[in-house]
Design a protein around this ligand. Structure first.
Ligand SMILES: Nc1nc2c(c(=O)[nH]1)N[C@H]1C(S)=C(S)[C@@H](COP(=O)(O)OP(=O)(O)OC[C@H]3O[C@@H](n4cnc5c(=O)[nH]c(N)nc54)[C@H](O)[C@@H]3O)O[C@H]1N2
Ligand SMILES: Nc1nc2c(c(=O)[nH]1)N[C@H]1C(S)=C(S)[C@@H](COP(=O)(O)OP(=O)(O)OC[C@H]3O[C@@H](n4cnc5c(=O)[nH]c(N)nc54)[C@H](O)[C@@H]3O)O[C@H]1N2
Ligand code: SF4
Ligand SMILES: [Mo]
Length: 754
């Protein structure tokens, strides 16, 4: 049964839920963590001069305060504490692996796996064996030498934006020197749509807004982001913007309570108990329909005569077709697709047009869609129609994920290598790079599934659990001969993502423990210099290695000393010099060891509407409205008589998790008490005779989850929300073929009881 969706969702008011985000629960969390005996170590780490481990907002630790790049203090959130506390755990002991077979370990949940502690010595699961066992470094390198000498197209890497720029740079240089371009990265599952879309439009794939600029904006359109949980310091910017009279337009099918009202611990006296208003206007589109909403906003701007035609003529190309598309798309069509009334769309358009400097910011709600790149085009088209790109205080701002995910892209860990970097790397390596296109993350899983990969090296992350269809991910990885996981802590991937031959786990230092300096790049294009540190793991059993040392040693053994002297690069200063030499915008890296000057990457922040495209103008693209039908019951593997409701499932993060790693089961802000919940609109549940707290079956195209508890929430009719990584067991996603990103935010599922 496919239900009609009425414009403008009806709020659910039944269950008592928190009335604001942030507030005392966050302060309580700080107190719980920092006032314990281990609290001292936590404080010490918080004061260590290194970028926060958690999100890409990129807050840095500095002696004397927790400062952002504008020098503002008190800029560390509870998520930072959560991430540090996890790395400060005790080590997993040798007898643990001896006592627990891989079948036992497979029973662990994500949270239990993380709670095992820090990985502190290398282990191997040999072919056909039932237990991980300790392995010597000499044997690891012997295995590495044999496995990285396989045919270059059959060698691949996957990475997660947790590590440093230096490790990222080495990884791509080593893999490319081997003749492979198979550099899959977590950003393929994340912001690839932003990178691809923005690059085509503006010639630069990152945010064009600096933190300093954001502070001058008077309107922020926040699209598909749950910033109170995932980028908490961004909330301070929203609070400040509202206080200076600015507007916040939120676009999200779910009413996230912290986007309505937020009490920031950074302003305890001002707002901790009462909270600050965040959204001026809250729009709840049908999942996956953002293009229709933005075409509607464009239509309204055109009809009111508020389009900046002189700006378009001077600084853009392709604008005529975009205008014509908005004009010729009917209001009925727009309203029907996005489910938001014309009146609300016009209110949003008016707020945008009445504001001087508008920032359009977004996260996974729009990138993880089958039309992710179109979403970016439609948002940026709206920015251009109103002259809001290339002007201080305005612009387009993807809110990036992992703390150094953007740095990985800059360092060349991508299948879409910039031409100027390719040329520079060829000069450095004194040979042409392979022109065989590399596998992105989804393509890597498909290739592995077809037996096309022999050797995989994973620099951080959890390739297994980050992917949809976990049975496929596991099967694909089991076709690979040898897998190296370079990790700080155990995760589901180490137990379910096993190679056919050897699976080896390399334990590494966390960012604040590395014996050398490193750098990272925030989502706002700011490069931080992280000091050397030391680990709390300290006894005869502990045998950690730095990512840089491990990668350089493999590269040395495979490639020798020339033309790159890999072992010399164990002093990271020399990697920074190579980065400065080969990566555009990073010239200041050459002297950062002496100057200690952290910097904004050149060529990324636009204060004038001159863009690094061939013509110097921004390109605009027509964005077709998506066709958002849902399947019928017959498309699921259930009897036709099954009574249930089909909804568009958005999968994402609970309040207390970092990606595939769960810290706490409950999401108190959404009123979801455990992981096996589905957030639904009351009317959807009732349409199938279901009620709140009832246990149901949720069926996706890759499997089903039983005993799932229904929680009513302020979520648009026709939409539902569940948490990954668990839900990845049952979902099969479409992919935007232009960027490879799975449509994690619009997955048809059937909710029913038997
Ligand atoms: N604490 C913490 N911080 C994190 C992370 C973490 O796991 N934990 N992960 C990091 C990473 S890698 C990333 S990528 C980011 C993720 O940060 P977010 O993108 O904020 O996280 P998500 O949970 O994926 O949810 C995004 C929002 O999209 C909304 N949404 C769903 N469908 C649609 C739609 O069709 N349209 C619109 N407009 N909105 C929609 C959802 O309701 C949700 O509020 O956070 C980073 N920071
Ligand atoms: N259904 C669904 N699936 C999704 C998403 C979704 O919204 N819905 N979101 C997608 C997104 S946006 C992303 S980014 C991916 C995330 O995918 P990944 O980045 O692959 O996964 P993480 O869970 O962040 O990786 C956690 C592991 O990283 C390791 N680690 C932590 N710090 C370090 C370090 O300093 N060095 C090293 N070497 N290892 C370290 C630890 O061992 C930890 O267990 O998931 C994607 N999958
Ligand atoms: S906002 Fe992000 S970078 Fe800043 S302290 Fe919080 S988790 Fe860390
Ligand atoms: Mo991400």
């Amino acid at each position: 049964m496919v239900r009609d969706i009425k414009p403008d969702p009806q709020p659910n008011t039944d269950s008592p839920k928190p009335t604001m985000g942030g507030g005392m629960p966050i302060v309580g969390y700080w107190a719980e963590k920092t006032l314990t005996p281990e609290g001292l170590l936590l404080w010490k780490t918080l004061f260590h001069k290194s970028a926060c481990l958690s999100c890409a907002w990129g807050t840095g630790g500095q002696k004397g305060g927790f400062k952002n790049e504008d020098g503002e203090t008190l800029q560390r959130c509870a998520k930072s504490v959560e991430a540090i506390a996890a790395e400060l755990q005790e080590p997993v002991r040798q007898h643990f692996f001896a006592q627990h077979s891989i079948d036992d370990l497979k029973q662990l949940t994500s949270q239990e796996a993380d709670k095992l502690g820090r990985l502190s010595f290398p282990v191997i699961l040999r072919e056909g064996k039932s237990h991980y066992e300790r392995i010597s470094w000499s044997e690891i390198y012997r295995i590495a030498e044999a496995s990285f000498r396989k045919k270059s197209e059959r060698i691949a890497s996957y990475s997660s934006g947790r590590s440093s720029n230096e490790a990222a740079y080495l990884l791509q240089l080593m893999i490319r020197a081997m003749g492979s371009n198979n550099l899959a990265d977590c950003s393929d599952l994340c912001h690839a749509a932003s990178t691809v879309g923005l690059k085509e439009m503006f010639g630069s794939g990152t945010s064009m807004v600096s933190l300093e600029n954001l502070k001058q904006s008077d309107c922020i359109v926040l699209i598909g982001s749950n910033a109170p949980a995932n980028h908490p310091r961004l909330m301070n910017e929203l609070i400040q913007l509202r206080e200076r009279g600015g507007k916040v337009i939120v676009v999200n099918p779910v009413v996230e309570v912290g986007l309505v009202k937020f009490a920031s611990p950074a302003y305890p006296i001002k707002s901790l108990f009462t909270g600050s208003d965040i959204s001026s206007l809250y729009l709840q589109p049908v999942p996956g329909s953002d293009v229709a909403l933005f075409v509607g906003i464009q239509k309204s701007l055109i009809e009111r005569g508020t389009v900046q035609y002189s700006y378009l003529q001077k600084y853009t190309q392709g604008w005529e077709a975009v205008i014509e598309h908005a004009q010729s798309t009917s209001w009925e069509n727009i309203v029907q697709v996005c489910g938001i009334s014309r009146d609300l769309i016009e209110q949003a358009a008016q707020m945008i047009w009445e504001s001087d400097k508008v920032v359009f910011a977004w996260a996974m709600g729009v990138t993880q869609q089958e039309n992710g790149v179109d979403n970016i085009f439609s948002i940026a088209n709206t920015a251009l129609l109103t002259g809001n790109a290339g002007k201080v205080g305005s612009g387009t701002m993807p809110i990036r994920g992992h703390s150094n995910v953007q740095g990985f892209g800059s360092m060349g860990v991508t299948i879409r290598l910039k031409e100027e970097i390719r040329v520079a790397l060829e000069k450095l390596l004194k040979r042409p790079l392979s022109r065989v296109p590399g596998y992105d993350t989804r393509a890597l899983i498909e290739a592995a599934d077809q037996g096309k990969i022999d050797t995989l090296i994973c620099l951080g992350g959890n390739l297994y659990a980050a992917n949809p269809n976990l049975a496929q991910a596991s099967r694909a990885l089991s076709q690979i001969e040898t897998i190296f996981y370079i990790s700080t802590k155990p995760n589901l991937g180490h137990f379910h993502g096993l190679a056919k031959g050897n699976t080896i786990i390399i334990p590494v230092y966390a960012r604040f423990e590395n014996p050398h300096k490193t750098t990272t790049e925030s989502g706002n294009n700011f490069v931080r210099l992280n000091d050397e540190g030391e680990t709390h793991l300290w006894d005869q059993d502990v045998d950690l290695i730095s990512e840089v040392e491990f990668l350089t040693e493999i590269a040395h053994r495979i490639h020798g000393d020339s033309p790159v002297n890999w072992r010399k690069l164990q002093d990271t200063k020399y990697i920074r010099q190579l980065i400065a030499q080969t990566i555009p915008g990073f010239e200041k890296m050459a002297t950062i060891d002496e100057t200690k000057e952290e910097f904004t990457i050149t060529g990324r922040i636009f204060h004038k509407p001159e863009f690094p495209t061939k013509s110097g103008k921004a390109s605009m693209f027509v964005t077709p409205l998506p066709n958002l039908t849902l399947p019928s019951i017959g498309d699921f593997d259930v009897p036709e008589s099954t009574k249930g409701v089909i909804v568009a499932l958005g999968t994402g993060r609970s309040y207390s998790q970092h990606n595939t790693v769960v810290y706490k089961a409950a999401d108190k802000f959404r009123g979801m008490p455990h992981r096996n919940c589905i957030l639904m609109n009351k009317s959807d549940a009732e349409s199938a005779g279901l009620s709140e707290h009832q246990r149901v079956t949720v069926q996706g195209h890759a499997g089903k989850m039983e005993n799932v508890e229904i929680i009513y929430g302020s979520i648009r009719e026709g939409a539902a929300l569940m948490f990954y990584p668990e839900v990845n067991a049952i979902v099969h996603t479409k992919v935007d073929s232009r960027c490879g990103t799975p449509a994690f935010k619009r997955i048809p599922i059937l909710v029913y009881t038997t």
